[in-house]
Design a protein around this ligand. Structure first.
Ligand SMILES: NC(=O)c1ccc[n+]([C@@H]2O[C@H](COP(=O)([O-])OP(=O)(O)OC[C@H]3O[C@@H](n4cnc5c(N)ncnc54)[C@H](OP(=O)(O)O)[C@@H]3O)[C@@H](O)[C@H]2O)c1
Length: 299
């Protein structure tokens, strides 16, 4: 029977171990607070007394703790590093791309294969196809462990760079969260004028298909560095953003969201981007690009 070890049994680690236990697998678990192992033991998991024992027991070792610093405390000790030689370490703790790259380099030194993952799901979704798991690292190692990862959800291979999963996770969350925060501000604005928020929700939802097209167009513009034929130049958007600030002032709303938007656009104006398409804002976000007129020309 195939064996898998799960190190870290918080809300997410427990859900991962439970999904494995529903399959004919030998599941070895370890957690810093040993009592969290007991419910899994009752479901058939084997409980390791040390991290080294958990790592030694299986070919695939999944780590899911609070962060990489916690994972490092557990893994980067001599006897555990030695036990990892020849194993596959699958890091599912959240972290930064650099932490993922550093961990991949360290794993290589120990003689372990390494995959880095980001879970885009709640623990209750684990074990169903709705649980998306981004995976980066060697495509060959991914292929070897795809079936195992499919027990947890829908794994999506996103690239050789071990930091790719963490980067995409962060990029997706920033995009979602800024949009959510914008909606929350919009709802407060509607309420301040006794406008039914249902109108706002319908309006925003009706725009979603167009938004999807614009997302593609913006990514393509940024990839090509092509900002010079706007339907609405950045200076027009900056004018609109100043209205946001005035409305917040007049209606006694917090100015954080409108000021953030207006501030970014004003910086872009000061950099001379007023006549360009709004996605040229990327030059403010990566200022070392300001001198490059056209990225597609420079490659
Ligand atoms: N929960 C979610 O919805 C969700 C979704 C996507 C991704 N994630 C990611 O999954 C990871 C785990 O999240 P979680 O929800 O399981 O968190 P959690 O319930 O707070 O559990 C944290 C786990 O990390 C362990 N831990 C923390 N510091 C440690 C240390 N210094 N040494 C050893 N073990 C340590 C804890 O051990 P003890 O039990 O001994 O405290 C526990 O097993 C995080 O990186 C999180 O961002 C979570």
């Amino acid at each position: 029977m195939e064996k898998v070890s799960v190190v870290g049994l918080g809300l997410m680690g427990t859900a991962l171990a439970e999904a494995f236990l529903r399959k004919p697998l030998t599941v070895m678990v370890w957690n810093r607070t040993p009592s969290r192992c007991n419910p899994l033991g009752a479901q058939g998991a084997r409980i390791a007394s040390t991290v080294k024992a958990a790592v030694s027991a299986s070919e695939a070792v999944i780590v899911c703790v609070s962060n990489y610093a916690a994972a490092d405390e557990l893994l980067r000790v001599r006897e555990v590093s030695a036990a990892l030689n020849g194993k596959t370490l699958i890091q599912l703790s959240s972290g930064t791309p650099k932490e993922a790259r550093d961990t991949a380099a360290w794993a290589r030194e120990t003689g372990a294969q390494y995959l880095d993952g980001a879970i885009l799901a709640y623990p209750s979704h684990i074990g169903s196809a709705t649980a998306q798991i981004l995976i980066s690292g060697s495509p060959e190692v991914f292929r070897q462990h795809k079936e195992l990862l499919e027990i947890l959800g829908t794994p999506a291979y996103v690239g050789l760079n071990p930091g790719a999963a963490a980067a995409l996770d962060c990029a997706g969350l920033i995009s979602t969260m800024t949009s959510m925060i914008g909606l929350i501000h919009g709802i407060a604005l509607c309420e301040s004028e006794s406008v039914e928020t249902e109108h706002l929700v319908s309006m925003v939802n009706a725009f979603l298909p167009t938004r999807a097209e614009l997302n593609r167009e913006m990514a393509e513009r940024i990839r090509a560095g092509k900002f010079d034929d706007p339907q609405a130049p950045l200076k027009t958007w900056a004018g609109v953003a100043r209205h946001f600030v005035h409305i917040a002032q007049e209606n006694h709303l917090a100015k954080d969201v409108p000021s953030f938007i207006a501030g970014l656009l004003d910086r872009a104006l000061a950099e001379g981007l007023g006549e360009q398409e709004i996605s040229s804002l990327v030059k403010i976000i990566r200022p070392d690009e300001m001198d490059k007129p056209n990225r597609s020309e420079s490659v």
